[in-house]
Design a protein around this ligand. Structure first.
Ligand code: NDP
Length: 234
């Protein structure tokens, strides 16, 4: 059965791997982008998730073209790292506004149609950092930890309506975000990962697709690590 999927930030990186995995299963997949356009085979909507009106317009466009969003993957995210004492107020609030409030905006907009359909799957892309902490990432870690409370509260509000809300917490994944890391730091991180390497986007995507599947209908409020053992189940 083909379902309508929306992946925020699905134009590149982990989001693109997720979008392609759903498309490969035969689902109708829309991705948000901020001007880059959509990769081949995916339906693109321009949307900055920090703008509530843009979020509403993107959902309206997807609903018109592909039907109501049945599976939402809140993936779009940013980093703006520096140590606590050096971090400016704006660096904290902008990361939280994108990673946490942006995900909340999308989940809120998706939920009314999911309630009507009596079906919905919401997956938030968090990070091992949200559970483990990381020096230099107070803003990012706080935003990613917040997604756990968000998913669990949605589970309590909407769980009886056949809507699940879960969190996938990747470790380090090969994307533009981690390409920015200095080589020595990448090597140090890889040594701390029991699997001994960074993940591929496809490895994150397969956990997301499973959470969105019929078979995972009783899994909700969960945090699924995809981190090569880095967080030991957290
Ligand atoms: P990338 O930097 O490669 O891509 C980020 C994506 O988010 C892009 O599509 C970008 O759009 C989009 N985005 C950023 N800000 C906004 C915004 N305000 N509105 C709409 N879209 C936005 O990141 P990754 O693919 O590496 O990361 C994807 C998610 O996975 C993020 O939430 C990240 O925190 C998380 N994650 C990543 C890990 C990693 O090791 N890479 C590890 C753990 C978690 P645009 O192209 O327009 O810039």
């Amino acid at each position: 059965m083909s379902r309508t999927v929306l992946v925020t930030g699905g134009n590149r990186g982990i989001g693109l791997s997720i979008a392609q995995a759903f498309a490969k299963q035969g689902d109708q997949v829309a991705v948000t982008h901020r001007g880059s356009g959509a990769p081949d085979g995916l339906y693109g909507v321009q949307c900055d998730i920090t703008d509530p009106a843009a979020v509403d317009a993107a959902f309206t466009q997807v609903e018109k073209e592909l039907g109501p969003v049945e599976i939402l993957v809140a993936n779009a995210g940013i980093t703006d790292d520096t140590l606590l004492l050096r971090m400016k107020e704006e660096q904290f609030t902008s990361v939280v506004d994108t990673n946490l409030t942006g995900a909340w905006r999308c989940a809120k907009r998706a939920s009314s149609k999911m309630l009507r359909a009596k079906f919905g799957r919401i997956v938030f892309i968090s990070s091992v950092t949200g559970l483990y902490g990381n020096a230099g990432q107070t803003n990012y870690a706080a935003s990613k930890a917040g997604l756990v409370g968000l998913a669990r509260s949605i589970t309590r509000e909407l769980g009886s309506r056949n809507i699940t809300a879960n969190v996938v917490a990747p470790g380090f994944v090969e994307t533009d975000m981690t390409a920015e890391l200095p080589v020595a730091q990448r090597e140090a991180y890889a040594k701390a990962i029991p699997a001994g390497r960074f993940a591929t986007g496809e490895e994150v995507a397969s956990a997301v697709c499973w959470l969105a599947s019929e078979g995972a209908g009783y899994v909700t409020g969960a945090v699924i690590p995809v981190d090569g053992g880095m967080g030991m189940g957290h």
